[in-house]
Design a protein around this ligand. Structure first.
Ligand code: GCU
Length: 361
């Protein structure tokens, strides 16, 4: 049944090389991964800026959750040419932690806790957190003169210049650079998480940076975890997203958005770059705009890449998603809770369960 649904979308074959031959093994896939990565960057999200190592300062926050946690405020100062910009981030971990799993949470607000970030519950479950507010990286609008956009922009935007999603993902990678210096983190168990536009960002982060062991994309929808070809009724289309948020993407994306069948890839290529690591796609039953069927189909379509690595991909029933679904036994996970577009505690419980299941020591 699900394969028939998938066939209706006529997706590009992930294993088909540009020369017409097919990938059949892992070394072949590694080259193919580079091919999809290059296409996604040059046609949808835009190129990454050069890697600049920021100077990081640390100050301990007096609020410590009943003396249970250490909360450090970090300030990442990026200097490039004559320009510089500082991005604050918050690092929170159980007191005395060593080598524990971490969530890098890209959030809408800097608040601790935040309605999308139940800090104490994550800590009580043994996780560390490092989080930053996306608009501290660069504003969520078409202004490319502020924040890291200002630091790295030179003149007119080119067809493949970074969109804002790429810049938010870039910051998550620099946060990972920093975590590599901290003994509190187990570097084999660092996940990146985000909601909606920041769920798209979380997927791109893990797709581009293999140091992330897992990515959790909550309600990310169009240009995130949802297939773009054949959007369901009420689901956001690429034309709609580009009309309102062109600056999330590179300028070249515009030439495809009115007819996504012309795109050389679909979003299953983005998910496939995360193989053989963990990816969790979260959906909410009332969130029709994020197009849950298309998110589910994306998991199905990307799954064969995990098979190639000899790892279980998406283990789910042969049907479209239903409320209450939680499929996390494979390395591609999906859940659909009741309710609307939101990063809820229920979603976090699924992501924490997923991490515990796959990284049990
Ligand atoms: C809009 C947009 C979505 C996006 C969402 C969000 O609804 O159309 O693509 O995911 O904002 O980020 O909240």
């Amino acid at each position: 049944m699900i394969n028939q649904e998938l066939q209706k979308r006529s997706l590009p074959d992930l294993f088909l090389r540009a020369d017409g031959t097919r990938v059949t093994d892992v070394p072949g896939w590694e080259a193919q991964r580079a091919y999809w990565r290059a296409l996604l960057l040059s046609h949808e999200y835009g190129q990454l800026p050069p890697v600049v190592q920021p100077a990081v300062t640390v100050s301990v926050n007096p609020i410590n959750f009943a003396n249970k946690v250490v909360w450090e405020t970090l300030r990442f100062t990026f200097s490039y040419g004559s320009k510089s910009h500082t991005v604050p981030a918050q690092l929170i971990y159980p007191r005395g932690a060593k080598g524990i799993p971490f969530f890098v949470m890209i959030n809408f607000r800097p608040d601790i806790p935040d309605r999308y970030l139940p800090v104490e519950e994550l800590i009580d479950n043994g996780f560390g957190i490092i989080t930053f507010c996306y608009q501290d990286v660069t504003s969520d609008d078409g202004d490319f003169s502020n924040g890291l956009a200002g630091v790295f922009s030179e003149g007119e935007r080119a067809e493949d210049s970074f969109g804002k999603i790429t810049l938010w993902a870039y910051m998550a990678m620099r946060v990972m650079d920093y975590l590599e210096t901290r003994e509190e983190a187990d570097l084999h168990c660092v996940a990146v998480a985000g909601h909606s536009r920041l769920g798209k960002t979380a997927l791109l982060t893990a797709a581009l940076d293999q140091r992330f062991a897992a990515a959790f994309s909550n309600d990310s929808g169009c240009s995130g975890a949802a297939i773009s070809r054949g959007t369901c009724a009420d689901g956001e289309t690429t034309a709609e997203i580009f009309k309102r948020f062109p600056y999330w993407f590179c300028p070249r994306y515009e030439s495809y958005v009115n007819d996504p069948t012309t795109l050389p890839f679909d979003q299953h290529a983005l998910l496939s770059l995360i193989a053989p690591r963990i990816v969790g796609v979260g959906a909410a039953d009332e969130d029709h705009w994020a197009d849950n069927d298309s998110q589910y189909l994306c998991c199905v379509a990307a799954s064969p890449v995990w098979d190639l690595y000899g790892k279980p991909g998406f283990l789910a029933p042969d049907r479209l998603p239903a409320i209450g679904d939680e499929f996390t036994d494979g390395n591609v996970g999906f859940h659909m809770r009741a309710g609307a577009h939101f990063f809820s505690r229920t979603d976090w419980l699924v992501y924490m369960r997923t991490m515990k299941k796959h990284f049990a020591k």
